[in-house]
Structure formats: structure tokens, C-alpha cells
Design a protein around this ligand. Structure first.
Ligand code: CO
Length: 305
């Protein structure tokens, strides 16, 4: 696709910007994990094994859980990367081997740096499980560079009310800034390598051009509605699709279709590629096979705390 000059928006008076081309659109695939939690997995799959520095993107649900029927993710280990859980609707209760526990509510983010290793569970919260309701959220796996793979585990838990939010003057576009910066709002989460994690909501017909640091790899995931990611292309992208951008520009274009009754909601996620060898075995992501054997051995010997 051809590179195109950005359309200047209210605060953007630079004409030296380029909009990134869309390189691939991949439909997420329905699958299950844990005790049978319904997921849409964007990657890894047969098309992409990872998207440096990201290792996995799952959409949890959206599903209506009948009373007593919510399933969870019982005890399992992680080493060498981070798991980022962003719940839009529903409630999860988490617990780990070192006594860290809590509830993730609708709108909350849990950024867990597994580092050297945790064993944790993510299970239905009692009350939610009893009553049932809508469950919808995301889990993203962020790789760690070799120098941080064995760091002490760390949690950052941000309540919905504490997530910085940006809006345009006319209120037609809002963004929750989980990592990075957008529309004047800056994230409060600290990331090991530079990461951007934005949740945009655009009213029908509105568009935004988001600046992207030039070294970032970036993708978008459509949560709801329909829109376009290329001003020269009218192909609409629908919910459940992953959009991978080229690195040929310093902006990403997002436009909501006009003829819609619902807003266009998109996750825009990016980061600086780590460019190190990846060896993964289920919940362990290291640089070498030797380190994977060590992880399995440490896990078996109860060294995950
Ligand atoms: Co986990």
C-alpha cells in the first residue's frame, strides 16, 4: 500500500508525518484455555508466532455466563515475560504462590511481570460466578529482554477509576491510556521496555491520527463496531480482527464508519521490538532451550515461590 500524508487534526500542524500502512488483517480464532474459558486468539497461530515484543493476544469472551457456569484458569506457572489482563466486563479473582491475591473488576488492569516465576490462578469471583453475567476482557503477553527475564515478580494493579483518560475537545473520541500517551493523557503504569497500550472509543464518523514512535511495532484489535485504518482504503475492518501495521510511518489512522449505531472501539498496542531469540514452551518464554529445561526443572522443584 502507498504511503500517504497525514490529515492534520486539531493539535497537529505538522505536514511531515506519514500514516503507517496496514500490512495484514488477521481474524482472531475462537478457542478455549484453562478450564474451558471461551477465547478469541489473535496470535500465536499459523500466520504469526509472535509480534515482537508481544507473544500472545487473547480476547476473553465476550460471553454471557450462566449462573454458576463461569470457568477460570486454575494454578499455572509463568516465567520470562509479563501478562497484562484488562477486563472490560465481569470479575476475576487471582491468587499466586507468594500470597498475592485480589479481584480484577470491570475496567481494571493487572500488569503482572512474572520475571523469574510465579504460579497463579485466575478464577471466577464468587458473587459474579453465582449470578452470572457478561464476561469480556483481554490478556496480552509482553516479552521481557534477556536482562529482565529473571527479575523479581512484580504486580501493577490499576483500578478503572485510576486509568488516565484522554478526550478530544468535542468528546467524540476518548482513550484509556494503559501504557504510553494519547490525547494529552499519560499512563501511570511502568513498563520494562517502551510499550503503548491504548483503548480508543470513536463515535460514528470520527477519526483520529495517533502519533507512534518510529521504532515501535504496532497492531490494532477491533473490539466493537466497524472502521478503517487507511484513509485511502475504504475496506472496513470489523470486530474480532487484528490489524498489523508496517513500520513505514510515525502515525496510525483510525476512523469509525458513519452509518453505525455503536461507537468504534479499538485497542492500539505497540512496543519497541526486543530482537532476541525466543524459545517458548507453554507458559515459559526464554532465550534458549537450556533456559526452558531449567524453568521446567525449577517449577518441578518448587522454586517458583
Ligand atoms: Co496466567
Amino acid at each position: 500500500m502507498k504511503r500517504q500524508k497525514a490529515i492534520p487534526l486539531e493539535s497537529d500542524n505538522s505536514y511531515n508525518n506519514f500514516i503507517r500502512s496496514v500490512s495484514k488483517i488477521i481474524k482472531s480464532e475462537a478457542t478455549q484455555d484453562g478450564e474451558g474459558v471461551t477465547l478469541n486468539r489473535s496470535f500465536p497461530n499459523q500466520y504469526i508466532s509472535e509480534f515482537d515484543p508481544f507473544l500472545l493476544l487473547d480476547e476473553i469472551g465476550p460471553i454471557n455466563i450462566k449462573p454458576g457456569k463461569q470457568r477460570g484458569f486454575p494454578d499455572h506457572p509463568h516465567r520470562g515475560f509479563e501478562t497484562v489482563t484488562y477486563l472490560l466486563e465481569g470479575k476475576f479473582e487471582h491468587k499466586d504462590s507468594q500470597g498475592h491475591a485480589g479481584i480484577i473488576n470491570s475496567g481494571d488492569v493487572q500488569w503482572m511481570t512474572a520475571g523469574s516465576g510465579v504460579i497463579h490462578s485466575e478464577m471466577p469471583e464468587k458473587e459474579f460466578s453465582k449470578n452470572g453475567g457478561k464476561l469480556h476482557g483481554f490478556q496480552l503477553w509482553v516479552n521481557l529482554p534477556k536482562s529482565s527475564k529473571m527479575m523479581k515478580p512484580r504486580y501493577q494493579e490499576i483500578l478503572q477509576s485510576k486509568i488516565p483518560t484522554g478526550t478530544t475537545k468535542d468528546d467524540n473520541i476518548t482513550v484509556k491510556v494503559i501504557a504510553g500517551e494519547s490525547l494529552g493523557a499519560k499512563a501511570i503504569i511502568n513498563t520494562i521496555t517502551p510499550i503503548m497500550y491504548l483503548h480508543f472509543k470513536l463515535e460514528p464518523g470520527f477519526r483520529i491520527v495517533q502519533p507512534i514512535p518510529k521504532e515501535y511495532n504496532v497492531f490494532a484489535y477491533v473490539i466493537q463496531g466497524k472502521g478503517v485504518f487507511d484513509p485511502s482504503d475504504s475496506n472496513k475492518v470489523e470486530r474480532g480482527n487484528l490489524v498489523i501495521f508496517d513500520t513505514d510511518g510515525n502515525e496510525v489512522y483510525i476512523q469509525a464508519v458513519e452509518d453505525s449505531k455503536i461507537p468504534f472501539e479499538v485497542l492500539l498496542i505497540g512496543g519497541v521490538p526486543i530482537r532476541e531469540p525466543i524459545t517458548r514452551y507453554g507458559p515459559f518464554v526464554m532465550n534458549t532451550q537450556q533456559e526452558i529445561y531449567k524453568a521446567i526443572e525449577d517449577y518441578r522443584n518448587g522454586k517458583f515461590g
